[in-house]
Design a protein around this ligand. Structure first.
Ligand code: GRF
Length: 223
């Protein structure tokens, strides 16, 4: 077990929640010192909420149609996140564009996992777009969140080869287990207070990253 104090986190998820599960598993097996303060969703039926409930993690589902504007929704959501005592927010399949004002207080304290080698393929359908482009390599990124969709500074990436017979489905399925290793590995560095963000530059042990860290086997390495 690590000697670091558990990091209070909130996870935002719109759907399945397999990345949330990966974080919960890493925590339960003593690999990651976390305290899950809140799992929030914009879909009451999200499987991610059921996973959290089964582990007695507090949950909230907010219906965007109940708010006058996107900003109103985001301000309410992040007020609840702040009230939970979370010090880190993890977006794990949270399928919404976020309001710049609402997320400003979370700069450097909010990360997202995205299924592409950013800056390639921000937004949706990343596997299809990688195949259509004829890429030989695909991957996943974890980045600090900025107001720009999938545009914040990249912390770490996992790379996989694209096979000649890959389809959108097979590529997504082969990438997902790498996401499940990448995200906890990044959260661990944050829990250990080793990662920073200064003037949009990511630092590890106070030294700027010139390239995103790279997942090799289970470990993150400087590229
Ligand atoms: C993942 O592929 C993640 O990279 C993307 O949305 C998907 C969420 O999957 N942002 P899950 O809900 O964590 O299973």
């Amino acid at each position: 077990m690590t000697e670091h104090k558990p990091l209070p986190i909130a996870v935002l998820a719109s759907g399945r929640g397999s990345n949330l599960e990966a974080l919960m598993h890493a925590c339960n097996t003593g690999q990651l010192p976390l305290e899950f303060r809140l799992v929030a969703s914009d879909h009451a039926e999200a499987a991610a909420l059921r996973r959290a409930e089964s582990a007695a993690i507090p949950t909230v589902a907010l219906d965007p149609s109940g708010y006058r504007t996107r900003r109103d929704f985001d301000l309410d959501l992040f007020a609840r996140v702040a009230a939970s005592g979370a010090e880190l927010v993890v977006l794990a399949g949270f399928m919404r564009i976020l309001d710049a004002e609402a997320i400003a207080p979370w700069t450097g304290r909010m990360i997202n996992v995205h299924p592409s080698l950013l800056p390639r393929y921000r937004g949706l359908h990343t596997h299809r777009r990688a195949l259509e482009a004829g890429d030989h390599e695909h991957g996943a990124s974890v980045h600090f969140v900025s107001a720009e969709l999938d545009g914040g500074p990249v912390i770490a990436q996992a790379h996989i080869d694209v096979r000649a017979d890959d389809t959108e489905t097979t590529l997504a399925a082969r990438l997902l287990p790498f996401e499940h290793r990448l995200l906890p590995a990044v959260v661990k560095l944050i829990a250990e207070e080793r990662l920073g963000l200064h003037d949009a530059v990511v630092t590890l042990d106070t030294i700027p990253l010139e390239q995103p860290l790279r997942l090799v086997d289970q470990a993150l390495q400087r590229a």
